[in-house]
Structure formats: structure tokens, C-alpha cells
Design a protein around this ligand. Sequence first.
Ligand SMILES: [Zn+2]
Length: 677
Amino acid sequence: MMKKELITPFKTTYNTPPFRIIQNEDFLPTIKEGIEMARKEIDGIVTNLESPSFENTIEALEFSGEQLDRISSIFFNLNSAETNEDIQKIAQEVSPLLSEFSNDITLNEDLFKRVKAVYDSKSELNLTTEQKTLLDKKYKGFSRNGANLHEDKKNKLREIDKKLSQLKLKFGENVLAETNKFEMLITNESDLAGLPEGTKEAAKQLAESKEKEGWLFTLDYPSYIPFVTYADNRELRKKLTLAAGSKAFKNDNLDNQENVLQITKLRHDRANLLGYKTHAHFVLEERMAETPETVLNFSNELLEKAKPAAKREFAALEKFAKELDNIDRLEKWDGSYYSEKLKQKLFSLDDEKLKPYFKLENVINGAFTIANKLFDLNFEEIDTIDKYHDEVLTYKVTNSKGDFVSVFYADFFPRAGKRNGAWMTSYKPQYIKDGENSRPHISIVCNFTKPTKSKPSLLTFNEVTTLFHEFGHALHGILANTTYPSLSGTSVYWDFVELPSQIMENWCFEKEALELFATHYETGEVIPMDLVEKIKESATFHEGMQTLRQLSFGLLDMSWHGQDPTDIKDVKAFEAEVFKNTTLYPETKETCMSTAFSHIFQGGYASGYYSYKWAEVLDADAFEYFKEAGIFNKTVANKFKDNVLSQGGTENPMTLYKRFRGQEPKPEALLRRAGLI
Ligand SMILES: [Zn+2]
């Protein structure tokens, strides 16, 4: 049975989660009851005797399942930020229940009939733009899963989906098995020359844990990356690089070549079945870019502009390697090593020099001050709401009139139960119902340097930009102002969601902004500008080569998914042809990217890899608008708030962007910022 206190709205300040009384054993029954309540609401829509209308079908569907959403967001947020074995066990029970429930909705034919009836009469309905977007989204939730197909084709689709999920799983298992299989044991200490002490220590511990003598290196990033970046021994760097590059490409039982061909073929068939030309067309229908042509034009335009710079950088790197070690031909296993050496020589930027200027409290207050200058928000720390852990900071956010805008949670330090990385999430979405604007509960979770007995938490510059990045996502949530929860805040197309976060990072490089918070934690001195200049320069170091690399991955992704793959027989040959235009290093026949490209063959990035660069173009172009008018210019800030941050996914992102910027985004701002033109 569900505790009375766990029925929404919670009887707490601002209806925040009552963490104090939630026990782990409450989750399963509460989620089960939430599902039952949502099922009844759906049944109510289906059995409604009135003819289908926007209100009694689309809106009713949108607002169904509130109890379930509240409790499951609390549960999954905790599973990321404060988990334990109990919670993980419950997650294994809960996840299939939730996916079964959501499948039951998508496959509910009577429900779809009503949704379709509304959709087919949309031109007569006099809907607002937001309502049209919602109707479209709900309809596509069914149609993109085959609701419009005849029975035999529906079965075919289910068959494809089943096969695809098995193949994707197999693909991932092979990559993981290949990663775990490889070990490089070093017994001669001189082979460790160049490596940082911490890396050596970790390698020694790893060897000990496997009862081996010496230093053990693997293909896990924390082991692999430092080795190829710092190890002086070129032969060993080569060995490790080739091992990493040939994962699942050895013609053995862990080989992924056939899986790549089958996955792309099935995705293509699936798209055809649903009436799309290719898988890329299917995916991009729900993206800001809209079509494969746009993505290809975008990528090729950037490529053309970045390539001369990349070639110059490569030539300079080759010259540097020649001077330093008499290397005649720069190979793949030399890139990270000489890049790092050159970077040290040019910038000698030491994190330890910067950290005293970035005390955590100063940085977070700096972010608040900037949000105040731009968007009139006030952050006040409060202790009247429950926390899921003592370390969590809780804030009440208000506007200039003093109106309540949002609850904001900030959870900064690593703990045993917290996963790696940094992210923004929400405990409650924003929406307007029965004339009342129900405000959101937003949270950011990070893993920053902890304070010690003698020192406060002093952030690395990377941590500073991470904080601003997540704070940008948070502002997208905090300032949300839409009617429907599924279109609110960060619920936008995938290639648009990083604009609010990445744009905030730009303020970390500006003198006017740094003066507000980057002061020495002991002396109060503002960070010297020559240090800031160095940070800026080093941030764009080898940007040409980096850009080329990112674009090559995006183009490979689009090549696999933007055409009929039936005739592709040779994975490596196909890939080599795609890479021809973007490769700087000599070709290695032992390696293949596609067989271990988990982003697109296992995860959800298929036809979406371009989004990384796309988002950079957006944020650079948008920030240039601020720079032209002044980085705290109120007019530009208001336009950004009114047309982007508050609008969520209520309209096509390109329309929203153009309303803010007055024109479509152009790549020039990024190229300028990156020093490429
Ligand atoms: Zn992000």
C-alpha cells in the first residue's frame, strides 16, 4: 500500500519530495499503484462516450500518470545521485514494469484511434502553436512505432525491433569483452618513462589485484588515455593504440563486422516500413536539422573551413616531433603524445595555479550573479525543504517581483552512491493547469574536488565550466513557461538541448564575468588577465584537428544511416572510403572504427553524432550576439529568455532560434572562436 504522504501533491513546502519519510521499500508499491492509477486514467480516455477532442484525448493523455511520474523521477534521480544495493535491486524490478506500461500505451489501438481522429481533424480545431506541437508529438509517439501499419507489417516491425535489440546487445557485449580481454603487463620499470606518478601507482595496484608482478595497463580510459598521452616508449604506445583501434575487428567470435551490416540493414528496413527513405530521415524528422541533407551540408561546410587549419596543425606537430625525437612520420600512436608535449611547451598551464581563484562558493555565487544580471533571478538558500543527503544545498528561486520561480537543488561532491560525471535533472516539471502555473524543481549533480581540513573546495577550470554548463541546463528548466509538461524546459529536440548549457560556459572566459567571482580565496585578488588569456588560447589548441576528427565520426554515422546499406559488404573498405577526406594520419589496416562505434551501434546516437558540432555552432553563434551587444545586455538576454529558455519544445527549434537571433545560425562564429578563420 502507498503511504498517504506519498500521494501527490505532497503536503510539503512547494510540494517538494518528502525525502525524510520516503523509505526504499516504499518505491515498488508506490510505483505499482502509480501505474494502476495511470492505467485507469488511460481507460477513462478510451471509454469516454463523447467524440474525441483535443481536450478529452490529447490533453487528458498529457496530464495522465502524474503520480507515477513524480515518484519514478524521485526514484531514478536517487538511483543516480544516492544509490545503494537495495535501490539498484528495485530498479531491476521497476524498469520492466515501466517499459511494459509504456508499450501498452503505444500499442493501445483504441487509444490510437482517438488520437488519430483528433490528428486528422487538426486543421479545423483552431489550436495554439503549442497545442499543435503537442498533438503532433502524441500522434508520432504512435505512428513512429507502427500504429498506422497493417497487421502483417506490424508483426514485421516487432520482429525487426526484437532482432535489433538483440544485435545491439551483442554488439555491446563484444566491445566490452574485447576491452576486458586485453592486458598489457609491464615488468621493466624503464618502459614506464614519461608516465605521471598517479598512473604508475594505479597500474601497479591493478597488477597486484590480479596477483601479477609489475604494472598492468588495459583499454579502460583511465588506464589507456594517460599511457598513450605520456609514455615515452613508442612501441608500447603503438601496441596499445592498435589494440584499442582493433576492438571487435579480428575475424573471431567477438567480431562485430557482421553485426554492423545487419544493424544498419534492419534500421533501413524499419525506416522503409514506416515510410521513410532511410534511417537518418526517420531520426532527423524529430531534430532541429530536419534532414540528412542539412546535416551533410553543415558538416561539409565546416570540414572545408577546418581542414586547412587541421593540416597546418598537423604539419607543425610533425615538425615538432621531428625536432624532438627525430620522428619521420607521425603515426596514430604519436598524436596524443606530441600534442601534449607541444601544449606544455606553449602554455605551461598548471591547474594548481588557477585553482585558488575558483573557490566553489565563489563560483556558484558567480553563476547566481550572472543569472541575476541576465534574467533577474534571485537565489536564496533555504532550509525548509527535505534533502536526500546532508551535502545537498537547497535554494528558492524568485524573480524581480519576488514571485516564486523554482526550487533548485545543488549536490556537488563525490560520494559512494553517486555515479560519475555531472548532470542536471528535475524532480518536478513546470506546467500550467486549471489556470495555475505549477513551478519546477530543478537539480544539478556534480563530482567536484572536495574541501579538506585546511582548504576549501577549489575547482579546476574544467570543473568551473562544468558547473556553468549544468547551471545552463538548470536555467532552461527554471525559466520554463509552457502549458504542457512534456514540452517544458529541457524537453526539446536532441540537437537543441545543449544550447542553453554550452552558451553559459562562454561567460567563464570573459573578463567582465570573471571579475564577479574569480577572486583568490586567500588574498581576494582578481584572477590576472594573462592567465585568462592563456586559458582561452589553450582551449582552442589543435582545434582544427579536433574538429576534423569530430566531423569524421559524424560523417561515418551519416554514411551508415543516410543511404540504403544493402550493397555494403566490406565494413573496413566502406569506412576507409568515408574517412578518405578527413584522415591526417597514415592508414592502419589492423584498425576499424565502426566495429566498436558503440555510440551509434549500441547506444542511441545513430544519425545523431553531428549534434556535438551542431550545438557548438549554435552556442558560438548565440554568444556572439551577446558579445556584440555586451555580455550582460538586457535586450539580448530577454530575447534569449523569451524565445529560447522559457519556450521548451513548444515550437520547432529553428523557429525559436531565429526569433531570438533574427537569422539562422552560421558556423562563422564557431570558426572565429576556435581560431580557424
Ligand atoms: Zn549538457
